[in-house]
Design a protein around this ligand. Structure first.
Ligand code: SF4
Length: 390
């Protein structure tokens, strides 16, 4: 099995009781069948406690006021302290480690929804490197009968080219994102027509400095369209109201941010946005340059989701998720700045992990977003580029 991991992967250590947002609260934790069997077999006082606090039919822990029944007042897990780490279910053992599965390959990542991961990712100053490791241990392979290996290899090559573009620090970060977006648009056309043999040429084209310079020049036409950008981003932000809510405070948060950002109309928004961007460029409280944080966010979403297009051939909407997620986070940061007069590193960590928690851990939300990306006009090519560059 070939594993790919980002270079900061081993840096993660759970901070447990010191965590500001325990992963044992705010969502349903599904228990795998093997662990469920083990829980059934536990005897004595703690055995009773387990039997009373697990919904065996639904294979999940009961919750009280949104918290896992086993999370104590110190935000520590009672199963861990009573039975040890071996008796944690697979979800709890793994989180925030995440795996995307492909035939013979696993892409490992750390979920941004964990605040400690968000701190590591947003504080990562160097360009992230992705390390490949071969492991010859036997693993239970799923059935990958229909796996399109040819498409997968093209996607991996395209993703690696895009990561290279995203890490080209000679260009403004949103310009890099716009080039990758244009690339994914061209790639989608090739996939639609099943023109796999022309994909290598396309990938090489996007690697060429001459083409990049040509695109940078062409993309200049999308700058300065404040009015159009305002109309589009307002609609795009509206999508967040239609998602399943995992934590109640998220709903109010979005509502307040939306009102704050767009409630006073175009002129106020444009004026405040300019001030916000210049504030962020000079902001010394970010632990890392603002541009680098956005590079890390784009790459996080790109790395995690892009190759999933091997299963549905929707590379373009995977890319839209990778582009829109940092944009949503940035808009929420602007709202925070407008409301509090400053944005610290802790604010960006809070906003990014909260966004990831709502979006990435709900299949229904990921599907709803993908549908909107495919159908709604505000996610068409030109609108997206305008939002990135204006
Ligand atoms: S969210 Fe992350 S740091 Fe916090 S308790 Fe969970 S794994 Fe640990």
């Amino acid at each position: 099995m070939l594993y790919t991991v980002p270079d900061y992967y081993e840096q993660f250590q759970c901070i447990a009781g010191k965590c500001e947002d325990s992963c044992c609260a705010g969502w349903e934790i599904v228990i795998d069948p093997k662990t469920l069997q083990k829980y059934r077999a536990v005897k004595g006082g703690f055995g009773n406690c387990l039997h009373n606090s697990i919904q065996f039919h639904q294979s999940c822990f009961k919750q009280y006021e949104g918290r896992c029944a086993f999370l104590n007042d110190q935000n520590l897990c009672e199963i861990y302290s009573e039975l040890g780490p071996e008796l944690l279910c697979e979800t709890c053992k793994k989180y925030p480690r995440h795996e995307e599965e492909y035939e013979g390959v696993r892409d490992l990542s750390l979920a941004l929804s964990c605040p400690e991961v968000a701190r590591i990712l947003l504080g990562h100053k160097e360009r992230v490197r992705f390390i490949e490791k071969e492991n010859h241990k036997e693993v239970d392979e799923e059935d990958f009968d229909e796996f399109n290996f040819l498409l997968y290899t093209k996607l991996v090559d395209a993703r690696s080219c895009m990561i290279g573009t995203m890490q080209n620090r000679m260009l403004p970060v949103h310009v890099r994102a716009a080039i990758c977006f244009a690339f994914s648009h061209d790639l989608q056309n090739r996939i639609k027509k099943q023109e796999y043999d022309t994909m290598d040429r396309l990938i090489n084209r996007y690697k060429s400095e001459r083409i990049v310079a040509y695109l940078v020049n062409k993309l200049n036409a999308y700058k300065g369209q404040d009015k159009e950008r305002f109309a589009v981003i307002k609609k795009q932000m509206g999508l967040l109201f239609h998602l399943e809510v995992l934590r109640e405070d998220w709903k109010d948060w979005i509502k307040d941010a939306y009102r704050e950002l767009y409630g006073n109309g175009l002129t106020a928004y444009v004026r405040k946005r300019k001030k916000f961007l210049s504030y962020m460029e000079k902001n010394k409280e970010l632990n890392n340059a603002f541009e680098i944080q956005w590079e890390q966010l784009y790459i996080y979403f790109l790395y995690t989701y892009f190759c999933g297009a091997v299963y549905d051939e929707n590379v373009y909407s995977k890319m839209k998720l990778a582009i829109m997620s940092p944009i949503y986070i940035q808009e929420l940061c602007q709202a925070r700045w407008q409301m509090r007069g400053k944005v610290t590193f802790a604010d960006i960590v809070e906003i990014a992990h909260h966004y990831a928690r709502e979006v990435e851990h709900s299949d229904s939300n990921l599907k709803k977003m993908e549908r909107a990306f495919q159908k709604k006009r505000e996610y068409y090519f030109e609108k997206m580029i305008t939002v990135l560059l204006s």
